[in-house]
Design a protein around this ligand. Structure first.
Ligand code: FAD
Length: 468
């Protein structure tokens, strides 16, 4: 069967685009190096029609497909298992911007477009595509939609779901659903687009998307502020929302240990403020002018200083300085990887519950695992924390992970549940959280999800073993 299947795949995409040997680690191993599988073949279709043919051939042979974009996912959802029986389908060759409609404020792009290229194409048309995250130089729009990615601008523009108006999808049967509508209103029955967004490749393959664009702001300002406590960060968020309204486009919080890891592993990066218990990165976008933006921003920071919410602040004076501040924030996950494997939690909570959650969960973890190091940072404006647990200084990170992951997850996720939160804010479920989801999601919700999976992918060939 295998030679026959490979022959059919080569006939569809060309022999050079069916990889079976050589170094396939870049496709078979996930970004965090936690999952390493073995693919029957890596297939690189160049068009929607080729994707449809590949899916149909695999369906005929009963072969499972794992779709992959930039392979930057953090939950082990985009790499094959170790059976050697799954086809890995990469969208990397499908990277064309199909069209930009400036009057409708939309653009249609293929799924393999790298996020940064999408942003650049929008900017070249004088418009803004606001999805932004640290992996934007390699992640793809297909992967962003498949995981419903969030990032740093959710506060103002929403996550990937809210930035997408239409999709083109190859179904598990190898049919093409063309739902590339640029409509903002379309109440014609069940929302198929929303079913595929966030489905992590388990229902079908996204091959193209119509995305929402926005006018470019007249000015964008960035500041770093030092804070004495986490309650001060929540109070600063409320003050900033009241003062800046929709102009507040970013509000990122960073614990001192998280920024300390950046200092340790990237000493060349300039940190303009001395270490303090918490640091916040604020971004403001203004539709009027830079002078207007600066007046509002400086007024906000002065009030915060008077109220004792911040102890110091630095406003970027140039795009380079602003990029430098964002670079600090975005270097935290990389610095953490340099420090060693860690137990990651991408959680969301009502903003009003975050302070109590962190105080109680920090204490519970420190009591259970003396010396444990807590890397806490995230998109506070969205109630999204990356609440990660690192082995004690000098400890063996891999051994720590193996021995304590289950107990740590129980402490953290029980507290998340008790606070009305979610065990996955923006990274998805993948392989990493599948069993946790099965335990923690309501039986009714799980039943509905399984019914959807069975209806759309009755033979279970689309990214099996992930999500449900
Ligand atoms: P992949 O990793 O290739 O795939 C992810 C999942 O989507 C897999 O299940 C895969 O099967 C599926 N998939 C991929 N393409 C398709 C397709 N065309 N059709 C159907 N299914 C598909 N995420 C956030 O939300 N916010 C952040 O701020 C953020 N920051 C990050 C920072 C770093 C340094 C890194 C490494 C990751 C970060 N992420 C963040 C994780 C995030 O999920 C990914 O970066 C991105 O959204 C995934 O895109 P990708 O193309 O790499 O997808």
């Amino acid at each position: 069967m295998k030679p026959l299947l490979l022959e059919s795949l080569r006939a569809i995409v060309g022999p050079a685009n069916v990889l079976t040997d050589g170094d396939l680690a870049g496709y078979e191993q996930d970004w965090r190096k936690r999952y390493r599988g073995r693919a029957l073949a890596v297939v690189r279709p160049g068009s929607t029609d080729e994707v449809a043919q590949v899916v149909a051939v695999c369906a005929r042979h009963g072969i499972a497909i794992v779709p992959q974009g930039g392979n930057t996912g953090l939950v082990g959802g985009g790499v094959p298992d170790d059976s050697g029986t799954q086809v890995l389908l990469t969208l990397s060759r499908m990277d064309r911007v199909r069209s930009i409609d400036s009057a409708n404020l939309t653009m249609t792009v293929e799924a393999g477009c790298v996020l940064q290229s999408v942003q650049e194409a929008a900017a070249a048309a004088g418009l803004l595509f606001p999805l932004s995250l640290a992996a934007e130089g390699s992640c793809t729009i297909g992967g962003n939609l498949a995981t419903n990615a969030g990032g740093t601008q959710v506060l103002r523009y929403g996550n990937a779901r809210e930035l997408c108006l239409g999709l083109e999808v190859v179904t598990a049967q190898g049919e093409v659903w063309n739902g590339l509508s640029g409509l903002r209103k379309d109440n014609t029955g069940y929302d198929l687009r929303d079913l595929f967004i966030g489905s992590e490749g388990t229902l079908g393959i996204i091959t193209a998307a119509t995305l929402k664009l926005y006018p470019q702001p007249a000015a964008t300002l960035t500041a770093l502020a030092a804070l004495p406590s986490l309650p001060a960060a929540v109070a600063l968020l409320q003050l900033a929302q009241a003062r800046l309204g929709a102009g507040l486009t970013g509000f990122e919080v960073m614990g001192e240990f998280a920024l300390g890891l950046v200092r340790r592993h990237y000493p060349q990066l300039r940190q303009p403020l001395p270490p303090s218990p918490w640091t916040v990165l604020l971004e403001q976008s203004d539709t009027e002018s830079e002078a207007h933006a600066r007046e509002l921003f400086e007024g906000l920071l002065e009030s915060a200083l008077e109220q004792g919410l911040i102890t110091d602040a630095a406003v970027a004076e140039s795009i380079e300085q602003s990029n430098g501040l964002w670079h600090l924030r975005e270097s935290i996950p990389l610095a953490q990887s340099e420090e060693g494997l860690n137990i990651k939690h991408d959680i969301s909570l009502p903003v009003s519950r975050i302070v109590d959650f962190v105080a109680a969960t920090d204490a519970a973890l420190r009591a259970a695992l003396p010396g444990v190091r807590l890397v806490n940072f995230g998109h506070l404006g969205d109630g999204n924390l990356h609440y990660n647990v690192q082995a004690p200084e000098g400890g063996d990170a891999r051994q720590f992970l193996q021995q304590h992951e289950a107990a740590v997850n129980t402490i953290v996720y029980d507290a998340v549940g008790a606070s009305g939160g979610s065990i996955s804010a923006e990274h998805g479920i993948g392989a990493l959280k599948r069993d946790e989801l099965a335990q923690r999601k309501s039986p009714v919700a799980l039943g509905l999800m399984r019914a959807i999976k069975a209806a759309l992918d009755p033979n279970g060939l689309m990214n099996p073993g992930r999500v449900v």
